[in-house]
Design a protein around this ligand. Sequence first.
Ligand code: GTP
Length: 340
Amino acid sequence: MEAIILAGGFGTRLRPLTYSVPKPLLPVMNTPMIVGIINSLPPEVDRVVLAVNYMAKAIRDHFAANDIGREVIVVVEDEPLGTGGAVKNCESQIRGKFFVINADVITKLDMVAYLAFHNNCGGIGVLALQEVEDPTRYGMVITDQNNSIQKFVEKPGENEIVTNWINAGTYILEPEVLEFITPEKKVSIEREVFPVILEKGLYGFKYVGLWKDAGTPGSYLDAHALMLEAEVAAGLAKTTHLLGEGTHLDSGVELGENVCIGSGVKIATGCRLSNCVVHDNATIGKDCILDGVVIGDRATIGNGCTLENDVLVEAGATVESGAQLSCGARVRQSKERQEN
Ligand code: GTP
């Protein structure tokens, strides 16, 4: 069985992190998010098809260098074809029913139960649904009592909300769905394909549990918080901290809640970190306060910096000593290109 992983987006909302690393390779819990998704797939999936465009080489190189125990096929789009066009572009790799998964979905969805649900329903496909407090940012999915999808409402207005179940970006589809996608055209599977195949039997698999689309700075940090808290709740960790191999914290470094630090990171004395993700081989000078921050790999933070509230530092970038950055500040590799 195949799983198509949609990994060709530009990841604009996570810039400047995604200027140097494609979003699917950004780490979540110190593992590239796309690898976490692949590892969650059921054993039936023996072939993973990566639909890529932006920074395709980096993704291809990663999988050439790292064996994930499944056959990996990289299908490159010359131009981004959208979520539907990308799936159609992978048609020649599909042998039967297949998964389609957005590469930025962080979830503990039970893929085995999900596949069993699809096999029972017998429809043309199943969409994993997730309940959210505010569906206005997402695609609302209305089902009947048999979980058969009746209607989609994209980004509903406040007065249109009739359900809190949304499309969670994870599908199991029969190959027949491919007949409804025009080849070599930019097509959105959510907006242009699913609504027209409703009468073929499209079902919703309602999932209650950890789910986060890690596509924005806030949700990328939230995804970590949820995963770290889940580790504690499961008794796998005592604190909401994760530290990679070879990482060194000087004495006097304080870690608050939800801190994920990659490998080979150096943090000097007097630093206080909370709600942070620090990628591999970053260096943080003494007496820094970091809260609500993502530091890219090999980035350098000088002494006495305060970075708070949604600050992103690109891989390899430098923050000068004494800098005070907050509220959505972005630091790029070269000073001329710094954005605020
Ligand atoms: P933003 O630019 O921040 O919106 O991010 P994005 O480009 O990743 O878009 P979005 O988060 O909506 O995409 C959801 C998933 O679909 C991500 O895993 C993307 O990599 C993927 N995706 C989006 N558009 C395309 C496309 O044209 N081709 C392919 N292959 N994947 C896509």
